[in-house]
Design a protein around this ligand. Structure first.
Ligand code: FES
Ligand SMILES: [Fe+2]
Length: 383
C-alpha cells in the first residue's frame, strides 16, 4: 500500500517499501509549514541549553524553535527558564546577540524592563495605561521546560509526555554518560556552521558512512570493536561503539591528539540522538551537544557545543580542547567531509526518484527496530 502527502499544489506519493524515501521530501518547500506545525511546534522535546552554558545569574543564550526566537536565562534565584524572545508589549525581540550576561532585559522600543525571572518590573508612563493594567499580567511568556542532567529541553505542546518517558531509557542512559554521569560540566566553546541542505538531510546522516566517507578513519588505522545501535519507535537513536586506536599514527605528526586520556568509560563513541534533530556525542574524550536550527526549507545551522567536566585536571582540559577543536565540527579531521556530502545530497535530491536505504534492511515491507551499530536502516523509524 502506498501513502501520499497532499500539499496545496502537489501530491507526493510515498513508496510502499520502507527503505525508500522520495527525494522530493527534501526539496518540496511547502513541507516546511507542516514540519513546523507537526514537529517543531508539536509534541516533541527540544534541548536548548546546558547549565554549563549559562553558569551564572544573568547569563543568557538565544536559540530558536522552528521559526520562533527564544532565550534561556539563569535567573537571580538560580533557576533556568526559557522564554519567547518577544517583549510582552508589542513584541520586539529582547535579546539580539547569541549569548551574554545582563541583570535584566530592557526592550529598546518603549523601555519596558523585565527581570531575569521574566517579570515585568518597569514600564514608562504606566499611570496613563488602561485601567485593568497590572505589571503581573505582562511578564515574559515562558516555555514548558524540563531538564535531564542539567540539559534543558523545551516543548511547545502541553500534550508532550514528560521528558523521561519521551526519551525512554534507551536514550537517557547513554545521554547521562555523555553529560558527565553526575559530574558537573563546564563549557569549552562552540563551533557554528551553516550546512547548505534541507535539515532532514543533515539529520539523516548514518552509521554506515563513517569509515567509508571519512578518510581520516583509514589514515589513522582505526578499528571498530563491539558496538550496538538502539532505535526507538518515536525516532530517537543511540549508538555505543568501541574503538581501538594505534599508539602511534603515522599520518599524524603528534599522535597524542587521538589518544584516550579521560575517564575509564571513554573507550570509543557514544551517541544519543533525540528526534527530530539533536545529536549528543562522546567521542573519545570529547563531550559534544549539537543543537541544530533549520533555517526554513533550505539550510540548517548547527552549533557544535563542547564541554569538559568541571573536575578535570588542567592536562585533561587541554587535551579535550585540542581533541574537540581538531577532530569534530565543520573542519574536524573525522567529520570535515560531511559538509560536502550534505551539499551534494541536496543537489542530487533535485533529480527525480527515491533515496534508497540498504544496509541492515532485512524486509523492505516491514519496519524493523532491530539494527546493528553501523546499519543505515536505523534511520528508517524516523521517516
Ligand atoms: S515593544 Fe517592547 S516596550 Fe514596547
Ligand atoms: Fe560523518
Amino acid at each position: 500500500m502506498t501513502a501520499s502527502i497532499t500539499l496545496p499544489d502537489t501530491v507526493m506519493e510515498w513508496p510502499a517499501r520502507y527503505n525508500e524515501i522520495p527525494k522530493a521530501v527534501f526539496e518540496e518547500p511547502g513541507l516546511w509549514r507542516l514540519e513546523l506545525e507537526n514537529i517543531f511546534y508539536g509534541e516533541e522535546w527540544h534541548p536548548i541549553v546546558h547549565r554549563a552554558e549559562v553558569p551564572n545569574p544573568g547569563d543568557y543564550k538565544a536559540a530558536f524553535i522552528g521559526e520562533m526566537p527564544i532565550f534561556a536565562v539563569h535567573g537571580d534565584d538560580g533557576k533556568i527558564r526559557v522564554f519567547h524572545n518577544a517583549c510582552a508589549h508589542r513584541g520586539a525581540t529582547l535579546v539580539t546577540d547569541s549569548a551574554g550576561n545582563k541583570p535584566d532585559f530592557e526592550c529598546p522600543y518603549h523601555r519596558w524592563l523585565f527581570s531575569s525571572r521574566g517579570d515585568l518590573v518597569g514600564c514608562p508612563n504606566s499611570q496613563e495605561f488602561s485601567p485593568s493594567f497590572t505589571k503581573e499580567k505582562f511578564g515574559l511568556r515562558e516555555l514548558r521546560t524540563e531538564s535531564f542532567s542539567e540539559l534543558y529541553f523545551v516543548t511547545m505542546s502541553d500534550k508532550t509526555p514528560d521528558l523521561r518517558s519521551y526519551m525512554t531509557e534507551a536514550v537517557s542512559e547513554p545521554l547521562g554518560r555523555i553529560l558527565g554521569n553526575g559530574h558537573g560540566l563546564k563549557l569549552l566553546g562552540y563551533q557554528k556552521v551553516y550546512y547548505d541542505c534541507n535539515w532532514k538531510a543533515y539529520v539523516d546522516n548514518d552509521g554506515y558512512h563513517a569509515p567509508l566517507l571519512h578518510l581520516a578513519f583509514k589514515l589513522m588505522g582505526w578499528q571498530g570493536g563491539k558496538g550496538a545501535q538502539i532505535i526507538t519507535e518515536n525516532g530517537h537513536m543511540a549508538f555505543d561503539a568501541e574503538l581501538s586506536i594505534p599508539q602511534k599514527v603515522d599520518a599524524l605528526e603528534d599522535s597524542s591528539i587521538v589518544q584516550f586520556k579521560g575517564d575509564p568509560d571513554s573507550k570509543g563513541s557514544v551517541i544519543a540522538s533525540t528526534f527530530p534533530i539533536t545529536v549528543c556525542t562522546k567521542h573519545m574524550d570529547m563531550l559534544n551537544v549539537r543543537y541544530a536550527f533549520p533555517k526554513g526549507p533550505r539550510g540548517v545551522e548547527v552549533h557544535y557545543t563542547y564541554f569538559a567536566r568541571d573536575d578535570d585536571s588542567p592536562e585533561l582540559l587541554a587535551h579535550r580542547t585540542r581533541q574537540c577543536s581538531n577532530l569534530l565540527g565543520p573542519s574536524g579531521l573525522i567529520s570535515l567531509e560531511d559538509a560536502a556530502i550534505f551539499t551534494r545530497i541536496d543537489m542530487g535530491n533535485r533529480s527525480p526518484g527515491n533515496a534508497i536505504f540498504q544496509k541492515g534492511v532485512v524486509d523492505e515491507y516491514r519496519l524493523d527496530l532491530n539494527v546493528k551499530q553501523n546499519d543505515e536502516s536505523g534511520n528508517l523509524p524516523r521517516w
